[in-house]
Design a protein around this ligand. Structure first.
Ligand code: GUN
Ligand code: FE
Length: 417
């Protein structure tokens, strides 16, 4: 049993945040036993690891990130989606046929993810078999619970980054078979988005979903261009989500819908019906995608929400900054389009921790039985005013940096990066 002390903050629900000023967390065998304002009598003789005024929060979940795009982070941010894909992203992704390149980038990517306090993620790779195996190995080695997808794209893609439908299916099945029993990095189907996938491919992926009981991640109504393109590509298509429903891809959990910026009523109903996650990626949507999710409205409809860094349409790895940006963007959306509700920092924090954490077990909170995945955050205090633990958390999200993260714990063990 270990006892940690500090300024503790975690979510119970989207509306309830626990904050303990100089409180205690008891951890046994990697799991939280309890949190206390006053240490129970029975623990009085145990050694206390005291982090003073440091903030102690659960680690973050990034539910939409492209590992192969890591070398392009912060570059070409003045382009819009279609040009950004064609001029930069596809060219970089084509390089992952080189396994040495993949090994170097993926090792650095996983280290940087951990460094920024993200311990759970849903990750796109590329179309390449061997490189995607390397990414899975890097995540397994570090013990990062994750979903990883070999990307499918069999049409309207450049000649240097496209598969035949048959190749795409054969490689995907091989990937599912090889990794279905993994301890941490689990396979997920990853059709890139509607414009680069034929319906035949999606339907056959639906059959694989049944055979291997796997979920799907993709981009859904991410831009006005993509929304219209999807309708053009699929005859009789009413909306993006309907394509995946017709292909049989909504039957297995999880269904992860990145962006979800321009959903119709039917898109919303279908995502809700399959208990899927709408992932807002605030940096990405302001950099290259040009649209803002109706986060407040979707929350009020009882939808599952999550946050993604979306490297490299997004430019920063740390999910904590996306928490701040999600709040900011909800205000802008409300101001200009008046079709949203402004969300709070408390809500956004839940959406970055406990909300999507449930896809990985008891993750993203410090309630009893939860994995002790935690960040110890320092350097945000000053003597100018009393600051509550919840305010410290907010300050970290708005003004913090990776240098404030002093220690990281994964399942009770300190993890280096
Ligand atoms: N749509 C299709 N591919 C991509 C991608 O790589 N990133 C983002 N953000 N959107 C996409
Ligand atoms: Fe993306």
């Amino acid at each position: 049993m270990k006892i940690y002390r500090g300024n503790i903050v975690y979510s119970l629900s989207i509306k309830e945040l626990v904050e303990l000023s100089r409180g205690y967390i008891a951890v046994n065998d990697g799991k939280v036993v309890g949190t206390y304002q006053n240490l129970p009598e029975e623990y009085k003789d145990l050694e206390i690891i005291d982090y003073g005024e440091c903030l102690i929060i659960p680690s973050f979940t990034d539910l939409h990130v492209h590992a192969p795009q890591y070398p392009n982070r912060g570059i070409a941010m003045d382009l819009l989606l279609s040009d950004w894909l064609n001029e930069y992203t596809f060219k970089l992704e084509a390089k992952y046929k080189d396994q040495e390149f993949a090994r170097k980038v993926y090792a650095a990517f996983v280290d940087d993810l951990i460094k920024h306090g993200t311990m759970h993620a849903s990750i796109f790779a590329t179309i390449h078999n061997e490189a995607t195996d390397i990414l899975v190995d890097c995540l397994e080695e570090k013990g990062i619970p994750s979903f990883v997808g070999k990307v499918n794209m069999d049409k309207d893609s450049p000649s240097f980054l496209v598969e035949t439908t048959e190749e795409s299916l054969k490689d995907t099945e091989r990937f599912l078979k090889k990794h279905q029993g993994n301890k941490y990095a689990k396979p997920i189907l990853t059709p890139r988005f509607a414009p680069t996938c034929s319906f035949e491919l999606l339907k056959k992926l639906g059959e694989l979903a049944d055979k291997y009981d796997v979920g799907t991640q993709t981009h859904i109504v991410e831009s006005l261009w993509e929304k219209e393109e999807a309708k053009k590509c699929f005859e009789g298509c009413r909306c993006d989500m309907q394509i995946y429903k017709d292909a049989g891809l909504l039957k297995h959990k999880p269904f992860i819908a990145a962006h979800f910026i321009y959903p119709s009523e039917e898109d919303i109903a279908l995502l809700k019906e399959c208990d899927g996650y709408a992932v807002t990626c605030p940096d990405a949507t302001t950099n290259v995608i040009a649209g803002i999710m109706q986060t407040g409205k979707l929350m009020d409809l009882g939808m599952n929400l999550a946050i993604g860094s979306d490297i490299s349409a997004g430019s920063y790895m740390g999910i904590y900054r996306q928490v701040a940006s999600a709040v900011r963007l909800s205000k802008i959306k409300n101001l200009y389009e008046n079709d949203n509700r402004v969300i709070t920092a408390k809500e956004a924090f839940y959406v970055a921790t406990k909300g999507p954490g449930s896809l990985f077990g008891k993750v993203g909170s410090f309630e009893e039985g939860y994995d002790f995945d935690a960040l110890i955050i320092d350097g945000l205090q000053d003597d100018f005013r009393n600051i509550s633990p919840a305010e410290l958390m907010e300050r970290f999200c708005y003004s913090g940096d990776v240098s404030n993260i002093k220690k990281r714990f994964l399942r009770g063990k300190e993890i280096g990066c």
